[in-house]
Design a protein around this ligand. Sequence first.
Ligand code: 5GP
Ligand code: ZN
Length: 134
Amino acid sequence: MFRALAAHWFAKFSALKATMTDSCIFCKVINDEAKATIVYRDEQVTAFRDIHPVGPVHILIVPNKHIQSVNEMDEADKPLVGHMIFTAKRIAAQEHIAEGGYHLIMNTGPNGGQTVFHMHLHLIGGDRMKHPMG
Ligand code: 5GP
Ligand code: ZN
């Protein structure tokens, strides 16, 4: 009885997880199923240029695993988020915007201006933003 119930819920959860990631544009970029200009990639994160840049440099640093937003982060994801910020710092130097400065933004939820529900960090620089995001 318990095994049957567990199998049922596991199947339901797997289906839900599959639906989330299958329809997620950032999961597709990470899995090379959608095109993007990738500037950095390792086992934890993928970084690529935003399709609608709001500054001379606009790069998204995205965890390779699907986390919907900061709200869905687990305690165990704390090192991953540190790695996202450290990756942004390294890319800022690569893109020659470190000296001038830059924005690191994580929009969260509809009122936070989030439009793609796969957690990501915006790295924006190269100029002062005339219209801050949001
Ligand atoms: P949010 O509004 O969720 O904080 O940011 C989502 C960002 O993803 C936006 O800046 C948007 O321009 C970017 N974006 C949406 N779809 C795509 C895509 O298919 N490819 C790339 N490279 N960027 C995308
Ligand atoms: Zn995703």
